[in-house]
Design a protein around this ligand. Structure first.
Ligand SMILES: [Zn+2]
Length: 246
C-alpha cells in the first residue's frame, strides 16, 4: 500500500522565532530523518495522483518566503528532492515584505526582512529546477469568510496568473490559513484545480481538494518532529476520534 505524506512549512531562518519559521539546522535534520526512513519526495500534485514510491512525501511551503529559496532549496537540492511552493500572486511582483493578518506583527521589527517574498523570477527558477508552483490565492484572505464573487476571483485570477507567468498549468492550491469548507473546495474544483492542501489538526482523508497536510513549526524540535511522523500518531490524527479543528 502506498503511503502519502504531505508536510507544510512556511519560512526558514536561523534567528526568527516566529511559530511559522523553522531553523535551517532543524530542517536539514528533518529531511535526513525522512530520507533514512525511506520517504521519497515529489511534487504535491504528483504525490496525490501518481505517487512514485511506497512512501511518497511532498514537502510544501506556503506564502513563498524568500528564505525558502535561500535556505530550504539548497538542502533539498542536495538530496535531489523537489518541493512545492504556494504563492500569493498579488505579492509576487517584487521581493518585498508579505502583509496580512497573522504576520503583520513583524512589520517594523528587527525581523521585518524575514517577511520578504520571492518574486516571479525566483519562482521560475524553482520551477526550472523541478519544483511545483501552486496558488495561495491572490491576496491571502480567509476564503471561508469571503462572498462567492470574491472567492471565484481569488481562485481563478491567481491560477491564471501563475499559469501565464510560469508557462505551465497551475494545478494546485493551498488555502490561506489552511482553512476550507465544502463551498470553497467545490469552487476550487470549478476553477480548475486538481489538488488542494489544508492545514488542520485532523488528518482525515477528504479527497484531493481537501488534502490534509502536517504543519511543521518552530516548536517542533527533533523529538516532536519524529513523534508527528510516527504511523501511530498519523493514524490517530486521521481517525474520527481526533477533532477536526485545533
Ligand atoms: Zn499562507
Amino acid at each position: 500500500m502506498t503511503d502519502v505524506l504531505v508536510l507544510c512549512y512556511h519560512a526558514v531562518s536561523p534567528s526568527w522565532s516566529a511559530p511559522l519559521s523553522v531553523t535551517p539546522d532543524e530542517f536539514e535534520r528533518q529531511l535526513s530523518f525522512l530520507a533514512r526512513r525511506g520517504w521519497r519526495a515529489t511534487k504535491f500534485t504528483e504525490a496525490l495522483f501518481s505517487p512514485p514510491a511506497p512512501r511518497t512525501l511532498a514537502i510544501t511551503f506556503d506564502d513563498a518566503f524568500q528564505s525558502v529559496r535561500q535556505l530550504a532549496y539548497p538542502a533539498l537540492r542536495a538530496l535531489g528532492w523537489p518541493a512545492t511552493v504556494f504563492a500569493p500572486t498579488e505579492f509576487m511582483g517584487a521581493r518585498a515584505p508579505l502583509r496580512w493578518p497573522g504576520i503583520d506583527q513583524w512589520q517594523g521589527t528587527a525581523d521585518e526582512h524575514e517577511l520578504i517574498s520571492m518574486n516571479w523570477e525566483d519562482l521560475a527558477e524553482l520551477a526550472e529546477a523541478g519544483w511545483e508552483i501552486g496558488s495561495h490565492t491572490c491576496t491571502h484572505p480567509l476564503l471561508t469568510a469571503v462572498d462567492d464573487a470574491r472567492l471565484r476571483e481569488e481562485l481563478q485570477r491567481s491560477r491564471q496568473e501563475c499559469t501565464e507567468r510560469l508557462g505551465a498549468p497551475c494545478e494546485s492550491i493551498a488555502y490561506p490559513y489552511g482553512v476550507v469548507d465544502e463551498r470553497v473546495a467545490a469552487r476550487a474544483g470549478e476553477a480548475g484545480y486538481r489538488a488542494a492542501g489544508t492545514l488542520i489538526s485532523s488528518l482525515r482523508p477528504l479527497g484531493p481538494l481537501r488534502w490534509p497536510r502536517v504543519g511543521i513549526y518552530h516548536v517542533d524540535d527533533y523529538r516532536r518532529f519524529r513523534l508527528k511522523m510516527t504511523p501511530v500518531m498519523r493514524h490517530l490524527r486521521a481517525s474520527s476520534l481526533w477533532p477536526t479543528r485545533e
